[in-house]
Write a protein that binds this ligand. Structure first.
Ligand code: ADP
Ligand code: MG
Length: 624
């Protein structure tokens, strides 16, 4: 007989860190280890079913798929086994010794800093296989990849402290058998009722049967008892599913500890036949902003699991939606590549997009509080919608929420419907301003005219806003208008008539001429305005020019853009202007005008090219 040698391996450092955190900080909710192991067993069975579509021999004459649990009180062991796909030796090294998820490192770092909520966060991350060490001193995994020889099986074992051993073994049945050597204080998990209880809580909707080994005291025999319903929840009739079941299924699907905000479950027949179950989560998943991660629905074809995160069924701006789609029309052997340009996929995508938008619309009508909760969590993502999906522009616009000049809170609560309903009869446009922050928008000099005339203005300060406004041209017949741009129609609306030069004093006219001469091509034009009340001057973009915020977006993305030329508007009523108007000394006059222009730039852009020069000039004038 060949003496099998034991090989020793070290866990990847992230795994060590995760194990340490779990073993030392997960005090409550330890039972989740069972949910994780059963979910892995069920995934392995799904994978085998999928693989055997093209290679039926993988079943090895054993196609009755099952997860089995048995307990040995004397040895204090709990064994969970499945006849799924199994693992090769290399698989165990890659899957049970490392964590492949992108962003793991930063996640673990942030977790170490978190005091409370560790439990919740770890759960959301998907603790997976390693959670077995929360309750065990030692874990043994016996596994054989489907399609390989019984002598090619692997034993993986570890006590969860830095290293693990691997040995070649013989295993007749394909699949994986995990033995947990429970810690003394975790003996509760050796009770059948406790295991049943955990499974009904977390794993009832697992579609493979879960059997537990039970003992008949009378006959003194062991027997297998099925403890879950083993039905695919989404295939059931809507009316036969309880709210609680929907919520539990969501948690099982996503690892999220929170209940979903709402969901929509549909059996569609006709041209296309499919079932969709879509959820709106309450909280964003921790890596929702990770561009490398695929976000999408779980795909089944005729009840057979095909893949996770298939992005093809929803647009990117709805990537926060969780759920599944089970199609009866797609071929079982579908790949991601085929999925991408498939007419069935695109017509399902169209329908699901509408369904999600309707679900959001309904949520907004049913509950302001819940919708606001949704908006605060996912509004930034939904704002990508107008650029991505022109077909549904109006529906998306209806779902947007804004802060506004008249609403005294930075929270984005105002809908466009409401804005329009509050408009004055004469008001033809929807006014907005974009800025770097809510405070900057709220205090912009451009608002002065609107305050005076009691016209509300949307205050936009999210980075994406300027981009979004490029695609929002009008809403219900009302055009959007940036108030930092020239807008002739404003004159009709306000009590401010355009200033006619023949109504101005000679001093003022001279002043205007002198300023124009002096500023030359630094600005596009110089003129007097009544837009302002408290500010001496302001910069305005020409109606066909790029706005300041847009230019910032472009330069942040590393693009070269031509220098922006503004219209310099001066408030002839302002005391400072009246004072400068009386200055005869040219040198003195230029100093003041430079100061005013810089002030206007500062208010418009939030920064200056040469702040030092601005400060010394101001100090000089202050000392005068
Ligand atoms: P996840 O399930 O999120 O991938 P886990 O830590 O739960 O993370 O599992 C890691 C990997 O180990 C799985 O992706 C799978 O490849 C493998 N694995 C775990 N349990 C089994 C099993 N029972 N059968 C086959 N492979 C398994
Ligand atoms: Mg898992």
């Amino acid at each position: 007989m060949i003496k099998e040698t034991k090989e020793v391996y070290h866990f990847q450092s992230e795994v060590k860190q995760l194990l340490h955190l779990m073993i030392h900080s997960l005090y409550s909710n330890k039972e989740i280890f069972l949910r994780e192991l059963i979910s892995n067993a069920s995934d392995a069975i799904d994978k085998l079913r999928f693989e055997s579509i093209s290679s039926p021999s993988l079943y090895e004459n054993d196609s009755e798929m099952k997860v089995k649990i048995s307990i040995n009180k004397a040895q204090r062991t709990l064994v969970i086994s499945d006849n799924g796909i199994g693992m090769s030796k290399q698989d165990t090294i890659e899957n049970l010794g490392t964590i492949a998820k992108s962003g793991t490192k930063s996640f673990l770092q942030s977790l170490e800093k978190t005091k409370n909520k560790k439990n919740e966060l770890i759960g959301e991350f998907g603790v997976g296989f390693y959670s077995s060490f929360i309750v065990s001193n030692k874990v043994c995994v016996r596994t054989r990849l489907a399609g390989t020889q019984p002598e090619e099986a692997t034993l993986w074992e570890s006590s969860g402290e830095g290293e693990y051993n691997i040995k070649k073994i013989v295993k007749k049945k394909r699949g994986t058998e995990i033995t947990l050597f429970l810690k003394k204080e975790e003996e509760e998990f050796l009770e059948i009722w406790r295991i049943k209880n955990i499974i009904s809580k977390y794993s009832d909707h697992i579609t493979v049967p879960i059997n537990i080994q039970n003992y008949n005291e009378k006959n003194k025999t062991y027997f297998w008892e099925q403890i879950n319903k083993a039905q695919a929840l989404w295939t059931l009739n809507k009316s036969s599913i309880t709210t609680e079941e929907y919520k539990n299924f969501y948690k099982h699907l996503t690892n999220d500890q929170h209940n979903p905000l709402t969901w929509s479950h549909n059996h569609v027949e006709g041209n296309q036949e499919y079932i969709s179950l879509l959820y709106i989560p309450k909280k964003a998943h921790w890596d929702i902003w990770n561009r490398d991660k695929k976000h999408g629905l779980k795909l089944y074809v005729k009840r057979v699991y095909i893949m996770d995160n298939s992005q093809e069924f929803l647009p990117n701006y709805l990537r926060f939606i969780k759920g599944l789609i089970d199609s009866s029309d797609l071929p079982l052997n579908i790949s991601r590549e085929i999925l991408q340009d498939n007419s069935i996929t695109s017509s399902i995508k169209k329908a699901l997009t509408k369904r999600c938008l309707n679900m959001l619309d309904k949520l907004s009508k049913d509950s302001d509080i819940k919708y606001q909760e949704f908006w605060n969590e996912f509004g930034l993502i939904l704002k990508e919608g107008p650029a991505e999906d022109s077909e549904n522009l109006l529906r998306i616009a209806n779902l947007l929420r804004f802060s506004s000049m008249k609403n005294s809170t930075p929270e984005q609560t105002l809908s466009l419907e409401e804005y329009i309903a509050n408009m004055d009869e004469k008001q033809e446009k929807i006014y907005y301003i974009t800025a770097d922050s809510y405070i900057a928008a709220k205090n912009s000099p451009h608002l002065e005219l609107f305050k005076k005339n009691n016209i509300d203005v949307l205050l936009l300060s999210d980075r994406i806003d300027e981009w979004m406004m490029n695609y929002l041209i009008e809403f219900k017949g009302k055009k959007f208008q940036s108030i930092s741009k020239e807008d002739i129609s404003l004159n009709k609306l306000t009590s401010n008539k355009k200033i006619k030069n023949n109504e101005l004093s000679k001093d003022m006219l001279d002043f205007l001429k002198k300023t124009k001469n002096f500023l030359g091509n630094k600005v596009k034009d110089v003129r007097f305005t009544h837009r302002l009340t408290e500010t001496p001057c302001v910069l305005l973009s020409d109606s066909n020019e790029m706005t300041t915020q847009m230019a910032k977006l472009f330069s942040a993305a590393g693009q070269n853009i031509p220098e922006l030329k503004y219209i310099f508007e001066i408030n002839p009523e302002h005391l400072l202007i009246k004072k400068i108007c009386l200055i005869n000394n040219d040198v003195e006059f230029k100093k003041w005008m430079k100061l005013l222009l810089d002030q206007a730039f500062l208010a418009e852009k939030g920064s200056l090219e040469n702040p030092h020069e601005f400060i010394s000039r101001m100090n000089e004038l202050l000392l005068h």
